[in-house]
Design a protein. Structure first.
Lengths: 113, 111
């Protein structure tokens, strides 16, 4: 069964450093998403991406964040200068065109020290 | 912004019991998704609902799209230990493609 994959599973970085989180969405999906989940809290929408551009973004997704689809399979989230409060699980999700069902990856745990 | 509430926040049940949880909103939604999340993993889609009043099952799980379109319910019958986890609802309104998530219901199943 096709699934969303994410790498790395855990990233530790120092405050101020740039990080890139990687996702491979399900192969025939065209809509891609990033979500954040701070430990013990709910899943929060960051950004949606379709047709090589951002469709919608939340207030969390400020100028420090960017997304890119560098090739036909990867979808990345870059945080330019990490802050302590960026520590969270980051989930990538994708969906096809036939429904609204979003499928999540296993997540990347980002720890900013 | 839109917010979803889920109740109960947490529940402890005996193995074999049935479980009911719900998700409510102050605004109307057109799509509801129910997810289960195990510790340290990503949410797994359980059920999708698209029409008011719709009742959809997935094995021992049954979810309903409330008639008012402001709520949704998830029932689990004959609970087993692997049902342990956090259950999230997510709703989409008529204006966007994206979903807002509820805070989750944490389910614990006692043997």
């Amino acid at each position: 069964e096709p699934e969303v994959t994410q790498t790395p599973s855990h990233q530790v970085t120092q405050m101020g450093q740039e990080v890139i989180l990687r996702c491979v969405p399900i192969s025939n999906h065209l809509y891609f998403y990033w979500y954040r989940q701070i430990l013990g809290q709910k899943v929060e929408f960051l950004v949606s991406f379709y047709n090589n551009e951002i469709s919608e973004k939340s207030e969390i997704f400020d100028d420090q964040f960017s997304v890119e689809r560098p090739d036909g399979s990867n979808f990345t989230l870059k945080i330019r200068s990490t802050k302590l409060e960026d520590s969270a699980m980051y989930f990538c999700a994708s969906k096809g065109t036939a429904s609204y069902e979003q499928y999540f990856g296993p997540g990347t745990r980002l720890t900013v020290t | 912004g839109q917010q979803l509430n889920q109740s109960p926040q947490s529940m402890f049940i005996q193995e074999g019991e049935d479980v009911s949880m719900n998700c409510t909103s102050s605004s109307i939604f057109n799509t509801w998704l129910w997810y289960k999340q195990d510790p340290g993993e990503g949410p797994v889609l359980l059920i999708a609902l698209y029409k008011a009043g719709e009742l959809t099952s997935n094995g021992r799980l049954t979810a309903q799209f409330g008639i008012t379109r402001k709520d949704s319910f998830l029932n689990i019958s004959a609970s087993i230990p692997s049902d342990v986890g956090i259950y999230f609802c997510a709703g989409r309104d008529n204006y966007g493609q994206n979903f807002v998530f509820g805070p989750g219901t944490r389910l614990s199943v006692l043997p």
